[in-house]
Design a protein around this ligand. Structure first.
Ligand code: NI
Length: 167
């Protein structure tokens, strides 16, 4: 139990694809609990299992309305577009502008195994797209153009260095 180690940019696991979850059991509940603790400890609003090194199609999020769990999520509707700055717990110290769909509908299973459909707009739509990207091995900095990507990697390296010097 407890806070798990968040994998950071450069860790090859972040480029892997997650596998479909076939059974919802005690091990999965424990993982979800640990992921929640991990997300809260880092004050994130979303966390994909792959970010803690587990290649399962699962992410959790809380945009201020309580914890939600999405198992085997897929996007079934996409509408509009919107560019906003985005960050990621796996790429600390970085914010990049990314164009996303403004509204998406996600079909998934919740932690009880019920099929759910959630429509998210703006921030929630962004969280959905960001977390589902993680499950496909895609980091937000790979969703932006070259110029911003270079700046993002520079910011990340500077952040990593300043963290190092604090130790
Ligand atoms: Ni992320």
């Amino acid at each position: 139990m407890g806070v798990l180690k968040i994998r950071i940019f450069g860790d090859p696991v972040l480029e892997e694809k997650a596998n479909k979850i076939s059974s919802i059991d005690g091990d999965l509940f424990k993982l979800i609990k640990d992921m929640e603790e991990t997300m809260r400890a880092s004050e994130g609003i979303g966390l994909a299992a792959i970010q803690v090194g587990i290649l399962k199609k699962l992410f959790i999020y809380d945009i201020g309305e309580g914890l939600n769990v999405c198992i085997n999520p897929e996007i079934v509707l996409e509408e509009g577009e919107e560019t906003e700055e985005e960050g990621c717990l796996s790429v600390p110290g970085v914010k990049v502008p990314i164009k996303r769909f403004k509204k998406v509908k996600v079909r998934a299973m919740d932690a009880k195994g019920n099929e759910i459909e959630i429509t998210g707009e703006d921030l929630l739509a962004r969280v959905f797209q960001h977390e589902i990207d993680h499950l496909n091995g895609i980091l937000c900095i790979n969703r932006t153009d070259k110029k911003y990507r270079r700046k993002a990697i520079r910011d990340f390296n500077n952040f990593a260095l300043s963290e190092e010097s604090k130790r």
